[in-house]
Design a protein around this ligand. Sequence first.
Ligand code: ADP
Ligand code: MG
Ligand code: MG
Length: 897
Amino acid sequence: MASQGDNKWVYSFGGGKTEGRADMKNLLGGKGANLAEMANLGLPVPPGFTITTGVCTYFYANGRKYPDDLRGQIDQALAGLEQAMGAKFGDPVNPLLVSVRSGARASMPGMMDTVLNLGLNDTTVQGLVTRSGDPRFAYDSYRRFIQMYGNVVLDVDHHHFEEILESHKRDKNKHFDTDLTAEDWQAVVADYKAMVERELGHPFPQDVQEQLWGAIGAVFGSWMNARAITYRKLHDIPADWGTAVNVQCMVFGNMGNDCATGVAFTRNPSTGENLFYGEYLVNAQGEDVVAGIRTPQHLTIAGKESNKSDLPAMEEVMPEVFRQLDGVRLTLEKHYRDMQDIEFTVQQGTLYMLQTRTGKRTAAAALKIAVDLCTEGVIDKAEAVKRIDPASLDQLLHPTLDPKADRTVIAKGLPASPGAASGKVVFTADEAESQAALGDAVILCRVETSPEDIHGMHAARGILTTRGGMTSHAAVVARGMGRACVAGAGELRVDYKNKIMSVRDITVREGDTITIDGSTGEVMLGSVPTIQPELSGDFATLMGWADEIRRMGVRANAETPLDARTARKFGAEGIGLSRTEHMFFDPNRILAVREMILAETEEGRRKALDKLEPFQKQDFVELFEIMAGLPVTIRLLDPPLHEFLPNTEAEMEEVARAAGTDPLRVHHRAVQLHEANPMLGHRGCRLGITFPEIYEMQARAIFTAAAEVAQKTGQTVTPEIMIPLIGTKKELDILKAVVDKAAEQVKAATGQDLTYHVGTMIELPRAALRADEIAESAEFFSFGTNDLTQTTFGISRDDAGSFLPDYERAGILEHDPFATLDQDGVGELVRIGVERGRKVRPDLKLGICGEHGGDPASISFCEQVGLDYVSCSPYRVPIARLAAAQAALNADTVKRD
Ligand code: ADP
Ligand code: MG
Ligand code: MG
């Protein structure tokens, strides 16, 4: 064997010589590594070779030049293919044809589309005619090659090709591509070549080496095209990963009626059911199935029936090949231990595998597949828990259409991605984005979608297409994004120019509201009411496993009975933050609150507070009852008082009347309370220091409620009273004394024994730094990371909108620190707070109650620093439960390593 030099740039697969493996994705890209792996498994993979991502990196590091020893390695690999196939590249009698396929580590839009049938020219096509005995096939292949190569490598716009093809079909009065004869295709080829020469000023390349290197160069070139760069930015993919190139011997699905091409999922990607799910086309090549040129047929009889298709299934048409494919399905699932998305071609009754990868799926399908695989003994519970992206659970918490609601169904397409969505009709991705930015819900309606539409699909609530199947671009992308999607609603006619969409005598205009149901495929006029999802079945099973695994508790931030009930339904193990001020805004009480603020004496304030106390007590009674013995952390009043004062003249007059003073005084008081920096102003425990009677009333209300519920239900209620914005131990001591005194009073009055804890929020850097001292008095800390982020950065969340985006763009901040915890800075303070607090009080209970409590990355941090629980909004509780389990599993691995 000739020396390969220091660097190995080329890895062969198939044809008895496979050098790669599935775990070599970084080097070979996803497609190349999996082609090698399939070959290793003994599956029928047409031989080929992969040019590594290292070449791509070299290419860009060296002014778009290839390594010196690349050509030799490619020549050698190509010779291997020639030997395996008994054909020769560029040979007029027995030509070897190849496909050139891009393939990065993760599949990536923007990368060059595959070129098929490379190696054909005016001479070799004759060889193909003779060898196959099928001139129609040979010229069909040649015209496809010129079109693909012309378009993706030479950059000739595809409408030029389409126009030529259309005019030939029109002239011959033929409908389908398959109706065209050898002579027709020959004429098309001649016109294509003439057109390319006209467009480019030079003829279509006839030299097969030039073709090959042109295609390889185009793949590497596409790594730096605008679309790929944008995609990488959006998904944090580093530019130095590079793409690989796969060169693979062609197999032909377009050689007649015993040939086919298809795509399939080893399980249903929408529902997760363990049923083979796929589509195929007889006598077709490459992406004909997903391109929507002909209506694809189902693989299985069951699939055909459940989709009410009258076209025969592969199971019926090619039973032998189908059985073989079904065997491949089992082999791949067993090997990869996960649902696969596969691409295959049948050449004259022989099956060839062209791709496998982990299949994209809806959140519901992901759950079902993970639970099923675990039940089948393929993976364990921990693995099942790891397989679900916590953020994707969001999709399952989305509403579905109310079955009882009236609906006017105007069309039906395929149920391509579940969930129901209503919104205004828009016809372009840009329009979807700009309308959504204005806060409107939109449904993006298109004939079909392409990678250029991604931003609009993201912005839309739902996607509707009139063409394409379950594996069309729209369907696959929508499922990945968790958007509702109805695909291929063929009765609808989209008219981009006039911005209308019509069916029969119904016209829907841009801006009209429609509803789509991605679970049934229905398209409806107007906005149809929805209902909340049921959280049982696989969801409950997987959540149960997550609960077994996680170490941290998960609580919810909730104050209203509705929130508290939702939180429990989603599995919250208590309330981590109940903000009492929300209760003050109730129209029944706000007047008394304002009276209290306006009072000039303690006595006056106490009078107003007396009015509030029964309301406040009732709030807590309800919370304690709903939470039935689970811990409830109640934060005493936090916001600056001016927030409660009226803004309008009319309201001021009303308050003045109620408080028995004149409106001018109300106005005066409002001016007096106005603060320049309310975030840093007279709020939190500072209010308690100035007006201890407020906290006293709140504490009494809490204890009276606890006593009442304890007496009524026999359950122990252990409230956790949280004093906000503590910066010094002294503040806490003074206010803890107020709380303790209230407890004594209630104990004496009710004769009920009370247990409770007093703790604080750590939301000022000083509190984190002096945590040891503060822990002498505090029984628990809850890291209030919203304010801690503000006070650590010195950034006010209300004002940050004007410059935070600049900071993210400039790379100063990687993420919005209010969405994902800044682990280096704010996290450092949390770590210090934990360490110093626990040093003094080893059983100090530690939690987090900022927005970060529902963010998976931040949750993982909380696990690392050893918090006892996270608390988040009720709808994020399931996400937090799963993320906490995954964090525990990762922490385990780190410990074992
Ligand atoms: P993508 O990344 O867009 O899926 P692929 O490289 O998988 O692109 O190519 C698309 C399709 O082209 C494949 O699904 C297959 O049908 C066809 N194809 C690729 N290589 C070959 C080949 N060597 N022989 C036959 N068909 C091929
Ligand atoms: Mg494709
Ligand atoms: Mg593919």
